[in-house]
Design a protein around this ligand. Structure first.
Ligand code: G1P
Length: 291
């Protein structure tokens, strides 16, 4: 059973400056809560019970957000602000814990995942990249479906979605013989990090959700620097695929790249409209603007 998820949050968020100058990009607000909360909730909805943050010294506010705040709780309780108190104490269900480990140097995504090796131990695990929000309209989210498939097949699961051909050089790209249906997985022939336009094996891009076996940590230890002179998770997955089945899972939901400013604005619109309390008023506001 997959109960652990690694969230690499050590990146400095240069694509999101100036907002990310003195707060972590993961703490930038999408509607009424930080972006990272959506990613953690997605993991929890898929059955994850331990969130492993791979973080940086400048990002303590992420850990603080998922911790209790006694002073704030006491103040809200004394003022009888029960709704707010409930909201801040129920960010995480009681069976979910958050632990953190530092990534001391920015050596790449593969290196970030490797930093969690001791915490992961012999357990298989999920990886969720916090820049990408995945909105799902189903009861079972895409990550839950990937975990279900992993439990049955023991094949690693890499979430993918189609991107325009001229953007393939911004992503990991998978090689598959047939494009799977949405919500389905297919064995992958290969995977390559940020291939130059015109050389990619497909236009199916790695979205930032993975279900991986514990043994990938040994492969990460041997992975040389790759694209961008960084240790790439994609390269370790390519090595794994030489000996083990790795499957591309085609997602059903919608993604928002909150690492980019326009992706972030799209996320605010979509999550704002879907918000249980603010949604209707926000929708009316958008219509009123008639831009
Ligand atoms: C990372 C991964 C890449 C993936 C992307 C998704 O790249 O290395 O394979 O497609 O996330 O957002 P990064 O965006 O960190 O350069």
């Amino acid at each position: 059973m997959i109960k652990k998820a690694i969230l690499p949050v050590a990146g400095l968020g240069t694509r999101f400056l100036p907002a990310s100058k003195s707060i972590p990009k993961e703490m930038v607000t999408v509607v009424d809560r930080p972006a990272i909360e959506y990613v953690v909730k997605e993991a929890v909805a898929a059955g994850i019970e331990q969130i492993i943050l791979v973080t940086h010294s400048s990002k303590a506010s992420i850990e603080n957000y998922f911790d209790r705040n006694f002073e704030l709780e006491t103040t809200l309780a004394n003022k009888k602000k029960d709704d707010l108190l409930k909201e801040i104490t129920e960010i995480l269900p009681p069976h979910v814990s958050v632990v953190s480990v530092r990534q001391p140097q920015p050596l790449g995504l593969g290196h970030a995942v490797l930093c969690a090796k001791a915490i992961v131990g012999d357990d298989d695990f999920a990886v969720l990249l916090p820049d990408v929000l995945v909105q799902s309209n189903d009861v079972e989210n895409d990550l839950a479906l990937m975990i279900g498939r992993f439990n049955v097949s023991q094949a690693s699961q890499i979430m993918v979605e189609a991107v325009p051909d001229d953007l393939v050089d911004q992503y990991g790209i998978v090689d598959v013989s047939v494009v799977p249906e949405e919500g389905k997985s297919i064995v992958m022939q290969g995977i390559v990090e940020k291939p130059p336009v015109g050389t990619a094996p497909s236009n199916l891009s790695v979205v930032g959700r993975y279900v991986l076996p514990a043994k990938i940590m040994q492969l990460l230890e041997q992975t040389p620097k790759g694209a961008g002179n960084e240790i790439q998770l994609t390269d370790a997955i390519a090595m794994l695929q030489q000996t083990d089945q790795v499957e591309a899972y085609r997602m059903k939901g919608q993604t928002f790249d909150c690492g980019s400013k326009i992706g972030y604005l799209k996320a605010v619109l979509h999550y704002g409209v879907a918000h249980p309390k603010l949604g209707n008023e926000f929708k009316a506001l958008i219509q009123e603007l008639k831009l």
